[in-house]
Design a protein around this ligand. Sequence first.
Ligand code: PLP
Length: 409
Amino acid sequence: MSEIDASDADRTATDPAPRTPAHPPEAAPETHGLTVWAEIDLDALESNVRTLRALAPASEFMAVVKADAYGHGLLPVARAAVRGGATWLGVAQFAEAFELRDAGLTTRLLTWLSVPGADFAGAVRRDIDLSASAPWVLDEIAAAASALGRTARVHLKVDTGLGRGGAYGADWTTLVEHARRLETEGSVTVVGIWTHFAHADSPEHPTVLAQQERFFEAVAEAERAGIRPELRHLANSAATLVHPSAHADLVRPGIAMYGLTPVPQVEDDFGLRPVMTLRARLALVKALPAGQGISYGHAYVPEVDTVVGLVPAGYADGVPRNATNVGPLLVDGRRTTIAGRVCMDQFVVDLGPDSQARAGDVVTLFGGAPGEPTAQDWADATDTISYEIVTRIGARVPRLHVGAPRDDA
Ligand SMILES: *Cc1c(COP(=O)(O)O)cnc(C)c1O
């Protein structure tokens, strides 16, 4: 992933000035010469962390930064989250956790997806908390910890009805007993018990309360067996926003921290500010006659003589191919949609017969400023969720972190 230092680049006198500036000048990164880029507003991220913390003031705050911080850039986002008050970091994969530790972040850190043979020793050595959903995980953690002469910190995961990770039904009793035995031997200590919701994005869904009840029963069972967890946690973004009764000892927001709502059907932005803005520059502007089909398969055919622009961003950059003819854009001061197929590296926009646009003009795919399409608009247009829109932005798209002290990694 490339990162461009916005402050070091010098604009020369011959640069055409961007004609659609959407940021106040002091916040605008240098983007001259870039085809497509994602501006990441770390001030907005910090502000979102504060907003969410205020909703769950008695709980620890785990900033979920898996998947390159939902496509926003792992290290700068993790640092901004800590500045905003995050007391924990959470990631899915060991490699992500190792990257955080190896970059010098010392914040408490949980990682939760492992397979047999994973580098449990590397995790224990780096002071990373581990999740266990089955006895074999505990055994591998215990073996790694014993070999290092250390005690590993473990969060036991209970499946309270998501039907995905976690120990389900009678397996929970087995997991708890196994953990208790290993605690007695000194190789592991259970610091957390946790679960994840199936329907937290539907605030009225009856499974939310049922899972919560099942969770606290599972905690009680573990306590009866002698386990003394420091942290009980179950709230993702949606539960952090709309289910105070699920806040417990720690909340684990992801998407909301990035300024996107997990509950788009709820008419409330909760004071969150979108963090990512995806832009490109027109690579070519030209006239085409009525009836000339556009791009692969001629999925769009202009009815009148028109002017089209070539946008150098495609599905390799995370623009969904099924945004063909529907992906929303702000270009040349107006809202429009993609014309024709989204290709690997590019797509076309019909700028209209009277367009004065020129090569180099800025196209906004999504952002948060008034008039700009949002990641949610893209999700609605392509039948997915905003999570997928931002997370799948391609590795070759530079992330320009603006608004807060820059990452020094
Ligand atoms: C991704 C994830 C979260 C964050 O979910 P959001 O809906 O983005 O808030 C929390 N907990 C777990 C276990 C996750 O995998």
